[in-house]
Design a protein around this ligand. Sequence first.
Ligand code: NG1
Ligand code: MG
Length: 516
Amino acid sequence: MPTQELVPQTESIAEVYATDEASLASVAPEHQQRWTNLISQFNKTYSYRPDFVARSPGRVNIIGEHIDYSLYDVLPTAVSVDVIMAVKVVPASGAESIIKIANVSPEKFPTREFSVPHDKDVEIDPKKHEWVNYFRAGLSGALKFLRKEKPDGSLVPASMEILVDGNVPPGGGISSSAAFVCASALAVMKANDHNVSKQDLLDLAVVSERAVGVYSGGMDQAASIFSKRGYLLYTQFFPQFRANHVPIPTAAEEITFLMAQSFVTSNKADTAPRHYNLRVAECTLAAVILAKNYGLTLPKDNSSLGYSLRNFQNELMTKEERLHDPLEYQIDSVIQATQDLFTKEEGYTREEMAQLLSITVPELESTYLSAFPVQAERFRLRQRALHCFKEARRVLDFKACLSKAKQLDERRIHYLGQLLNESQASCRDSYECSAPEVDDICAIARRAGTWGSRLTGAGWGGCTVHMLPQGKVEAVTKALREEYYLKKFPDITKEKLEQAMVISKPSNGSFLVTGA
Ligand code: NG1
Ligand code: MG
């Protein structure tokens, strides 16, 4: 029986030699054909072989939704779909480095060429939806990191010729963005001869993704970089990042996770001011108003806006309580505090929040609502904070249930399923990040025999995840096909229907392949 293992954060990203077929097969058993195609198409495009391939996968979040940016623990893992990026390093000449980037599907993702100034930041316009923005984001984060290492300004970034193949569905809730940004950042580090550690890659990829205009927590990048085949990644952000590989215990009936797309896509770059970034702002404002009410000064932390609900929890506890009270009790106290303070179900206006903080509205806006645009009249602090704290408890409960038993009996399995269902209900009612289609999928799947069903990722459409016995996979996929996909999309192609539902196997995180 595999046991829980602490993730080695300072370890370098794994490098595998393409000629060593056994080790390549052990890290990437699926998609061998895609790898071979990438190399031969690279050869055709640029007339030589690449120096290396950088690869990073998408992820599925099992439980812990919308709480990473409040610095609470989450439980995701990498999936087998990924972004692979073949690279040839070209010696830089003159004052500019040149990036040529092509995609194996040029009709959808046209080839681009651009120069990288040696002494300036990479510019990205988040309003222009360009597939290469995600590469630029990774490039920008990596160059910032490399420049810090050479403060004398002597860094001459390598020119690169690149061919990309990604099969993570975009806007589909399994983080095509993190896969692309992490693979890009890793490729740039390698091209510039930097043997990057997993932790450094995580730190710079999180900053990178913020360059595309989203307040992003760190879950997706952590899962994409650190995951290990067969394990979930128990990821902690407070007081600093730490992660553990958690095995899924055996059960009488094999436990399977199925992902099902809703095919309702929410483009984060467009909707963030009303959805994602607004939620980040609501949680941050809830944290600072709670702190103010209890006479506490929150020290800045490394969350997106610098103040998190997790940090409030920490400050509210006395030293004694922090040391001796289980985290579950501590969370119960902050749930109570939230219910006592935020009594307005309809939410709070800017004026009301400013008053609670004893500041002016312009001060409120410049401190909490200006890093990224946020559109809202009212901020539903009670519902958002309650979702966050209760979801954080569910993650602790889920993890404890996995860790305690060598074998999961029926009672425990049902308990895990119930936690997933409660998570979905809370996302729908308190966090308002579900969608009617997602609710529909979950209801159909449960009727057909899942133990638990919920949205995964940011929501507002996107992807769902289901925990079910292996023996029920056929019944559940049949029900979803007939009652959701064929009903909602009568003209759906066979190919699309095949991509709609996949069994999610916890996969390996980022790695490099050389000698291809
Ligand atoms: P998606 O939109 O699925 O990539 C986002 C965030 C995560 C996390 C989840 C919700 C980014 C890159 N990712 O995921 O950090 O907050 O939503 O749990 O913004
Ligand atoms: Mg994303």
